[in-house]
Design a protein around this ligand. Sequence first.
Ligand code: ATP
Ligand code: MG
Length: 398
Amino acid sequence: MANITRNKTGRRGKLPPEYALFVLRKLKKAGFEAYFAGGCVRDTVLGHRPHDWDAATSAPPEAVLGLFRRTVPTGIRHGTVTVLSGGMAVEVTSFRSEGAYSDHRRPDSVDFNCGLEADLARRDFTMNAMAMSEDGGITDPFGGREDMGRGLIRCVGEPRRRFSEDALRMLRALRFSAQLGFELERETREAIEECTPLAAALSAERVRDEFEKTLYSPRPELAWRLLSSGLMDAYAHASGPAPALSSLPRYARLAHVCHELARRGDIDSAGEFLRRLRFDRRTVRTAAAAAEVLASGSRDFKRLLRDYGPDAVLAAWPRSRELRRVLASGECWRAADLALGGDELRRLGYSGRELGQALSLLLEHVIDHPEDNRAGVLCKLITEKRERYGKNAGDAEG
Ligand code: ATP
Ligand code: MG
């Protein structure tokens, strides 16, 4: 593994990729200071592979825009410019310090005339407040490495003040704890307990992002803690102990959380809960349907598949061998897979509502008798039913 080396952190970390180094070098060549900062430094020190490389620089945003050929002014007001380098994106943020936060969300003012240390001081946790130079030298003014060594998440500065500046940091603390397996340092934890009500003002999107990252982490139970701690009271307050989530595949976790909340009476409807958290429509549909599947208590998989679709049934019963068997068997559980289709039924004189009913009736039969899913058998079956009950055979069968 050529890209793993012992850098100046004294730990085994992944070296920054060429496209990211290129950005630092170019900034430095133009006479500015430039470092990697934030999550990528944390991950490097931990020996994890950062999923993106963010840079902090003394260059003002306009200078960054002028220096690189391909840029996107992503958050120019906050000093962030995305630089496209080697087909990848590097977020370059000008050193900035922040004024007071009167709305508990955004600083009233940002000051770009500051150095690296002030920039690091505005960051949330000691482990996220480190910078790394091109050659791997680490700037760590708040003891991030020491805290990481002890597995602790600690606020930079006074925790109560930091959480009242931006309440999202409380959710981030739990999220990082879930992702990294770290614990919250005592003062940080106590401040969260005190400042919890401030989270009510956060936007749904920001809350949802942290909730999802926690749910899909190695410690998804902490997503339940987000819900039971009061931090997500604007959406739901979970009662009782966390259900087992870590043994579930990721795609099943949200549905099981919804089911548990509904079962305990903590939410009225999974769909409503998810919509208010602004999950996308597909996620809302699937997770809410899966929660209904679980609530039904049914294990009649073919009928569940017919009524809710495979994504929802799988999310409800991800470990069921019988469900896997049904899905792999090719046995018919939806009208589209019947050996006798709409065209044939039309030829037999069906149309409109009667046609739909005939298909439902055949499907009901085939679900219990997969061996009968052959055009000849189904044709005979529907003709018999029709002779017995008339065209509205479906109604007669209930
Ligand atoms: P991830 O691996 O999830 O991307 P990250 O630490 O990189 O984690 P980002 O949201 O990408 O998180 O933020 C990048 C950096 O910006 C953080 O490491 C931290 O230094 C700073 N930061 C982000 N959000 C906040 C916040 N709400 N308050 C203070 N600093 C923050
Ligand atoms: Mg990041």
